[in-house]
Write a protein that binds this ligand. Structure first.
Ligand SMILES: [Cu+2]
Length: 344
């Protein structure tokens, strides 16, 4: 005879089936997460991120050794002192053991010190005074993008940070609104950007390549869409890039149809284009915006279709966006987009 299942049991069985169905997908999702190698903390490409990984490795080995030791002693005790069934009386009853108590108080303190000393000293090293000749970058967290200023080269850009291979970088992290966190796991690790305070992060990149970063402190609506990229390049390439970025746009820009449309649409109130009268500072500087690979905090690839999408309605791309929908006509959009792309 079949025993009817209680409602609870059949509900549990169906929940079990649902979990079994999603598990492979969950596994797949985790694996694809791991494939995003440009954000893996297990592959550091600067002195700082490598030191962090070293500490992580050291702690893991210490912990593994301790685990084996403690479990070993436990297993031996369980086997050696197990009941045989032939005991006739209770074993000797003891209370307290001073040397052992001192031992198991001091041992954890020593273990915690082994973890704390390298960790705390690396925290200080990672914000140490930069050497002479270090590249200084003023990074400001905005809602929801990153402003990068290069005071030694006299220019400002957004969401795309180029740094030279092998030269120390001193990033000065700030915010003029809420708290953000600057997180580029393979190159610059993570540190908060706090209003009214300048935090430093100093490191030297050791591999040419493109690395991803992301705000790591919840900062309202479009926090998840607040990303940036770091490009580590040879010092020649970096100098070339910095020189180009610091050069104002050509004199002819002012007179172009595109610039007139740009001015007419009030973009100048919030955006600067060096070499023109546009000197707004609410949004990112648009000087050489056409040379950026991505825009809107690395959310969109820089191309005609995406610029149109952006100008049509920024909040459709980034919820809560501080750039308003300016209700531009198609004609305005069609004039402004090629103009932006021409700002190389
Ligand atoms: Cu954020």
């Amino acid at each position: 005879m079949r025993i009817p299942r209680s409602p609870l049991a059949s509900r549990a069985a169906s929940a079990g089936r649902s979990i079994a169905a999603v598990l492979p997908w969950l596994g797949l999702a985790l694996l694809t997460g791991c494939n995003e190698s440009t954000m893996s903390t297990f592959e550091g490409h600067s002195d700082l991120t490598k030191s962090i990984l070293d500490i992580y490795g050291t702690i893991t080995w210490i912990d593994t050794a301790l685990f084996i030791l403690v479990q070993g002693v436990l297993i031996v005790a369980v086997i050696k002192f197990r009941a045989t069934g032939k005991e006739t009386e209770l074993p000797e009853q003891v209370h307290g053991n001073l040397p052992m108590e001192i031992g198991w108080t001091i041992a954890p303190v020593l273990i915690l010190m082994m973890i704390a000393i390298p960790t705390v000293s690396l925290i200080f090293d990672s914000q140490a005074q930069a050497k002479d000749g270090a590249l200084i970058v003023n990074a400001t967290g905005k809602q929801w993008w990153f402003q990068f200023g290069f005071p030694q080269y006299n220019f400002e850009t957004a969401n795309e940070l180029h740094i030279p291979l092998g030269r120390q970088v001193d990033i000065r992290l700030q915010s003029d609104n809420v708290i953000h966190a600057f997180w580029a796991p393979q190159i610059a690790a993570k540190r908060d950007m706090i209003p009214g305070r300048v935090n430093h992060i100093t490191f030297t990149a050791d591999k040419i390549g493109e690395y991803l970063g992301q705000c790591a402190e919840y900062c309202q609506d479009s926090h998840a869409l607040m990303k940036f990229r770091i490009e580590v390049e040879s010092s020649e390439d970096f100098e070339k890039w910095a020189k180009a970025q610091a050069t104002p746009q050509a004199d002819t820009v002012d007179d172009s149809e595109g610039y007139k449309a740009f001015q007419g649409a009030t973009c100048v109130a919030c955006h600067a284009i060096d070499g023109t009268n546009a000197q707004g500072h609410i949004g990112p500087s648009l000087t050489h915006v056409g040379s950026r690979k991505r825009f809107a905090a690395s959310v969109l690839e820089m191309n005609e279709a995406n610029l149109k999408l952006w100008l049509k309605d920024p909040s459709a791309v980034k919820p809560g966006c501080k750039m308003p929908n300016l209700k531009l006509t198609d004609e305005q959009i069609n004039t402004i987009v090629p103009f932006l792309q021409s700002l190389k």
